[in-house]
Design a protein around this ligand. Structure first.
Ligand SMILES: [Zn+2]
Length: 49
């Protein structure tokens, strides 16, 4: 289990993560991936390099 990756933002649904991504992409001027976490079973955003 990777606790560290789960200390960042967690979303209960893909839809919630999508909404947050829209905000984050304009805020940080950067693209983000949405993925389902196998550890906490929630959704996270990951920046795309
Ligand atoms: Zn997680």
């Amino acid at each position: 289990m990777n606790i560290e990756s789960c200390s960042k933002r967690r979303f209960k649904s893909e839809n919630e993560a999508r909404k947050e991504r829209g905000w984050a992409e304009s805020e940080y001027n950067q693209k983000f991936n949405i993925y389902r976490c196998g550890d906490c079973n929630d959704w996270h955003l990951a920046s795309i390099k």
